[in-house]
Design a protein around this ligand. Structure first.
Ligand code: 4AD
Ligand code: MG
Length: 481
């Protein structure tokens, strides 16, 4: 007989039926009541042991973390806290767990502690909920695009180009670093790398995505991307997943509309399909908020916050308009921003982004038309404004509690302008002919954006550290397994 998953049992009314349960012990009380979880849901099934007919040795091995298989009859529970339970007739231990050594005891553990045992944290309710929501969001992304006829394109992980031109790449090397080939000045000759080519882990699939969009029309990528920036923050990973749609014939407004629709679609999907997990995460967050002073507590609970995002249009404004607001604002009565925006052209810091979203507009914001100097080479140049200032058709979406969740733009489709800009920004044009061919042969206006998947999972789960929404976080101090 095949075992039944606990999620199914908890909803069953087949009383009197013999069932097999397999899972891991959460607790064992009074030598009689086992709480077993098998990962199918957050709830445990209670198993009642006939301790008089169970040998002492087996009873001793029923410890937190041990894996068991139980055969018994499903009965209505008379106890408080559960509707059904299993009256065990046979119990076998599949895998022991030494209670002196198993780190997940039945009590609340801090997220910091659990991060140190990331290989075991899957077994906690919090991480069960977080990774189920992550799974649902990932499915919703694919569903959204496939329903709209977008083609999923797999872009390479190993690449010769720096899509963002920001120099934050991890080198991929086949060189013998103990005895590498050297240039005349003694530096390592990476040009001889990867069978004669210098290569990196991709920072973005966008450029390859553009090639496909100029053939298929609408495409998207969804894969791991890598940034070798040394930022130890709660919003940055060295390895993160990005969703990058790219659409031929889309202008900036169409791009913004699609991004807003995508975000609302996937958040709604999580609300519709993960109610058990989101309720759990909402309560968890409320417990945490209790330790904060009243003034710092959030006005909305997690579900209200997600619904609010669905029910309101995102605020859309230009960088220049945002700068005017920030210059006129004081974050609170006494304090100034830590970094003052001295002049037009300065990049926004996360305190500015969060001020706009959390204090000024109190909803998601799309900022457009950033100064050309602070954005990537591929963004479409606007006509200079009356004061001769140069902006590009960029769009960043800022979310409450997160800051930037999406970065995108209309692309520069005009060959001459693109090449000029690449020269200005010292992008090696001779290595980029494959990319420039899109502008040589049948170039069209097109647009796209990148949604940081972990930042989306952070927002939907209400978790506060990006290391807690990816199973195996890669940060400057963390690449153990
Ligand atoms: O703004 P970014 O760097 O844009 C691009 O890579 C474009 N090529 C996207 C495109 O137009 N196709 O990154 C896009 C998003 C950010 O808004 C952020 O959500 C996320 O990726 N992101 C990170 N997430 C976690 N850790 C990091 N180090 C991240 N860097 C960017
Ligand atoms: Mg960005």
């Amino acid at each position: 007989m095949i075992h039944t998953r606990i999620k199914e049992l908890l909803n069953s009314t087949d009383f009197g039926k013999t069932v097999i349960v397999k899972g891991w012990i959460k607790t064992f009380r009074n030598n009689q009541f086992l709480a077993i979880n098998d990962g199918s849901c957050l709830g445990n099934i209670q198993v009642v042991i006939d301790y008089e007919n169970t040998d002492e040795r087996t009873l001793k091995r029923l410890t937190t973390g041990a894996a068991v298989s139980v055969e018994g009859v499903l009965i209505e529970s008379l106890g408080k806290g559960q509707r059904v339970e299993v009256k065990a007739s046979q119990i076998s231990i599949l895998g022991d767990s030494d209670p002196e050594k198993f780190p997940l005891q039945p009590k609340k553990h801090s997220l910091e502690f659990l991060r140190e045992i990331a290989h075991l944290r899957f077994r906690t309710n919090t991480f069960n909920a977080v990774f189920k929501v992550r799974n649902a969001l990932s499915f919703a992304v694919h569903r959204f695009f496939n329903e709209r006829g977008f083609v999923y394109i797999h872009t390479p992980i190993i690449t010769g180009s720096d899509a963002e031109g920001a120099g934050e790449m991890f080198k991929v090397t086949t060189l013998d670093l103990d005895n590498p080939p050297r240039n005349d000045d003694g530096s390592i000759n990476f040009k001889e790398d990867f069978f004669g080519k210098s290569t990196n882990l991709t920072v973005s699939g966008q450029l390859e995505g553009e090639l496909a969009a100029l053939a298929f029309g609408n495409i998207y990528t969804f894969g791991p991307t890598f940034r070798a920036e040394n930022s130890n923050t709660t919003r940055h990973l060295a390895e993160f997943w990005m969703i990058e749609p790219e659409m031929a014939f889309y202008e900036l407004k169409d791009n913004m509309d699609l991004a807003e629709e995508l975000l609302k679609h996937v958040i709604r999907y999580a609300l519709d399909t993960c109610s058990e997990e989101l309720d759990f995460l909402k309560n968890r967050l409320q417990e945490e908020e209790k330790s904060k002073p009243q003034t710092e507590r959030s006005e909305l609970d997690l579900l209200a916050k997600l619904n609010f995002c669905l029910d309101n249009d995102f605020e859309r404004l230009t960088y220049t308009e945002a700068i005017d607001i920030l210059r006129r604002s004081k974050p609170n009565q006494k304090k100034q921003f830590k970094y003052l925006i001295e002049e037009w052209g300065a990049d926004l810091q996360s305190e500015h982004e969060r001020y706009l979203v959390e204090k000024h507009f109190k909803k998601p914001v799309i900022l457009t038309d950033y100064p050309a100097d602070i954005k990537a080479f591929y963004m479409r140049m606007n006509e200079p404004d009356e004061q001769g200032r140069k902006t590009v058709r960029a769009m960043d979406i800022l979310f409450p509690g997160i800051g930037e969740i999406v970065g995108g733009s209309q692309r520069e489709e005009r060959y001459d302008l693109l090449v000029n800009r690449m020269k200005e920004m010292h992008i090696p044009i001779e290595d980029m002919n494959w990319f420039l061919d899109t502008r040589r042969f049948g170039s069209v206006p097109h647009s796209g954006f990148g949604l940081g998947f972990e930042r989306l999972v952070l927002f939907v789960t209400g978790m506060t550290n990006i290391r807690d929404v990816i199973p195996f976080p890669r940060t400057p101090n963390n690449a153990e397994f």
